[in-house]
Design a protein around this ligand. Structure first.
Ligand SMILES: [Zn+2]
Length: 566
């Protein structure tokens, strides 16, 4: 032991504490003492201050609000940081000229890189700039690639844009057949346009050269820094390949992971009849679980997205009619029901929590059916070891499926950030119709039915930042809080600020299986809390989205301090 002192390592005083604990704090509690990474005492500043010894670190909150650290239950933060550090980055709103400039800058800084990954262009990009990307988007890109292979990703993460060398590298030619669930873009004359939709994009990425171990580890360190800066103390990587798993546990072993991380192991994307490789997932869990990395989750993609031009979310009722799609189109699940049920039964039996991407209400129902199969096949689990399987996104949920979440002890994992970005909303309206959009993310109905909830940013898919505060605010306002003119969508699904904060703290912590350890400020729990620049419980909910984190404390250590805030 480093010290036999009975003094706390850290005290935080003069705070307005929102503990999110189910038991109320002692009256006048405005201070917290932390010993060996855990909250050791909560009480009035006058009492807590007397506990401090000569080596106790002090934070004077000066009346500011302190809440538990937040949990982002769904993101792709390591991949986002790989892109930030090692790819050619530009914003969703980039024009062809912006992309050209970004490529120029990238080539200047990275003269030796032969295969360039980049992104992300907006989902309306090809519609908006069709007249400029001539003769085809592929050739337009060729002319600006200095002979390198260039592959750019789209905002949603489901489509991509390749130049000729990139197509060559991944083996796509004029003769290539469209993969099931995907499309290789071609002109009327059969020339490749370079645009790869859904499974064609997946296949291209699978054949693309992987990042190095050192790059993965740098990306993990970068992700931790970014997440802590927004007050995030726990998160789920919603599609962890072996590179990510290895880097997470490596950085954890060297002491660099100031986050409780769940790594949901990746599985093959797209159409699949055969069961998963359960042995592989057990090996990865064995190899890559560490103090702060829980590798006992598996991610399945059951459908795609509800976008006007791809319509791959699996719906119970058909999409709005559109000549580009078959009559009564409602898409389909990637995995047939029998296979999915078998995966759930086997993974549940082996102690894995399954997180399944479900954009459409058809996928939600299919996933609940599979969870039900697991509950029936493995009934012996007690409440303590019960695995709360997660239905990810829950954009559309049939009213008749809502009570099933509670009955099956399934988590509805929400993506409230998707209000931001007008193109996203207009895409949904164009293919689903306003009635379905008004009831999307039925948070209030789920909450009233006693559902376990969690929320995730899905960064960098569709949102430009992992910042949780706009997402939290939008659960209350049902608007894009970055845009004051944004109209609310389905206001009757709004929840209170307290419920929203609970979803991002206590409930998020339960979803990542750290409910006993974090998610609320309580004696004995890990000292994971944040000092904020405003009291989110008091301010106008429209101001919550702009909340700034002044200090983040993880396991009693200050892991982030905003410059000039203290
Ligand atoms: Zn995702």
């Amino acid at each position: 032991m480093s010290s036999s002192s009975s003094h706390p390592d850290l005290i935080l005083t003069n705070a307005r504490i929102t503990s999110m604990s189910s038991s109320p704090l002692p009256s006048n509690s405005d201070a917290i003492a932390v010993t060996h990474g855990r909250v050791s005492s909560i009480g009035p500043t006058s009492a807590i201050a007397t506990l401090a010894g000569p080596s106790t670190k002090r934070i004077d909150a000066r009346g500011r609000s302190v809440v538990p650290g937040l949990v982002d239950a769904h993101n792709h933060g390591v991949k986002a940081c790989l892109a930030r550090l090692y790819a050619c980055s530009f914003t969703f709103s980039a024009s062809p000229q912006d992309i050209e400039a970004a490529l120029e800058g990238f080539f200047e800084r990275n003269s030796g890189v032969e295969c360039v990954m980049g992104g992300r262009y907006g989902s309306e990009f090809f519609k908006t700039y069709a007249g400029q990307l001539l003769p085809t988007p592929r050739e337009w890109l060729d002319a600006r690639s200095r002979g390198r292979a260039v592959y750019l990703r789209e905002e949603s993460g489901h489509n991509g844009w390749a130049n000729s060398r990139a197509l060559e590298l991944v083996g796509i030619t004029r003769e290539s057949v469209d993969p099931k669930g995907g499309r290789i873009g071609r002109t009327d004359a059969g020339e490749l346009t370079g645009v790869l939709i859904e499974d064609a994009d997946v296949q291209a990425r699978l054949r693309w050269p992987d990042w190095t171990a050192a790059q993965y580890e740098d990306a993990v360190r970068e992700y931790v820094k970014v997440a802590n800066g927004f007050g995030i103390v726990g998160s789920t990587d919603a599609d962890a390949n072996e590179g990510i798993l290895k880097a997470l546990s490596e950085v954890d072993r060297e002491g660099g992971l100031s986050l409780h991380v769940v790594a949901a192991q990746t599985t093959p994307y797209g159409h699949r009849e055969e069961p998963l490789d359960y042995g592989l997932h057990e090996r990865w869990r064995e190899l890559y679980t560490s103090d702060h990395v829980d590798a006992s989750f598996v991610k399945i993609y059951l459908d795609g997205v509800a976008r006007d031009d791809s319509r791959t979310a699996f719906l119970l009722e058909q999409y709005l009619p559109d000549p580009r799609f078959p009559e009564s189109h409602r898409s389909h699940a990637h995995v047939p029901a029998e296979t999915l049920a078998r995966d759930y039964v086997e993974l549940d039996r082996r102690g894995f929590t399954v997180k399944t991407h479900c954009c459409g209400d058809g996928s939600v129902r299919a996933t609940l059916d599979a969870i039900q199969a697991a509950r029936e096949a493995n009934p012996a689990r007690s409440e303590i070891e019960l695995l709360r399987h997660e239905v990810a996104h829950c954009m559309l949920v049939s009213a008749s499926d809502i009570p099933r979440f509670r009955r099956l002890n399934a988590v509805a994992e929400l993506s409230p950030y998707l209000w931001s970005g007008e193109s996203c909303v207009s895409h949904r309206r164009a293919c689903l119709g306003s009635e379905r959009v008004e009831r999307w993310y039925p948070v209030k109905e789920l909450l009233d039915a006693g559902t376990e909830l969690a929320a995730g940013s899905d960064w960098p898919a569709a949102v430009a930042s992992v910042n949780p505060w706009p997402g939290l605010a939008s659960l209350v306002t049902r608007t894009d809080t970055s845009d004051p003119s944004s109209a609310p969508i389905g206001l009757d699904q709004a929840v209170s600020i307290e419920d929203a904060l609970r979803i991002f703290t206590v409930q998020g912590a339960r979803a990542i299986k750290r409910g006993k350890d974090t998610g609320s400020i309580e004696v004995g729990k890990s000292a994971d809390f944040v000092v904020l620049d405003r009291d989110v419980m008091e301010v106008d909910p429209r101001m919550v989205g702009a909340t700034k984190v002044d200090v983040t404390v993880f396991e009693g250590r200050i892991v982030y301090e905003r410059e000039g805030a203290n």
